[in-house]
Design a protein around this ligand. Structure first.
Ligand code: MUC
Length: 93
């Protein structure tokens, strides 16, 4: 199942720099692992914002919630999820 996900990152300004660097590094490693698994086929930066738009391909709402809530940055992100369905005019499978 496909989901459009927007993540707006809201790391507190007063977070210790070392803690922030570790958090961002762990998030990057986790994100790349999920991408390599095929569950995160699109990850794009929103121009001019500390935010991304992504496409996730997972088996259920519960699976997506487990994945997103497991992101190291989850506590510091505003996340919006839009489930996607086939479009009748789409030429691709
Ligand atoms: O930077 C972001 O968009 C937030 C998060 C998503 C992937 C990642 O490495 O960090």
């Amino acid at each position: 199942m496909l989901y459009h996900v927007r993540m707006d990152v809201r790391i507190p300004q007063d977070m210790d720099a070392g803690v922030k660097a570790d958090l961002v590094a762990r998030e990057k490693a986790f994100a790349q692992e999920v991408q390599r698994s095929g569950r995160w086929p699109h990850l794009w930066r929103v121009v001019g914002e500390y935010a991304n738009v992504s496409i996730f391909d997972v088996e259920s709402n519960d699976a997506l919630h487990e994945l997103l809530s497991g992101l190291p940055l989850f506590p510091y992100m505003e996340i919006s999820v839009t489930p996607l369905a086939k479009h009748p005019s789409a030429i691709e499978g």
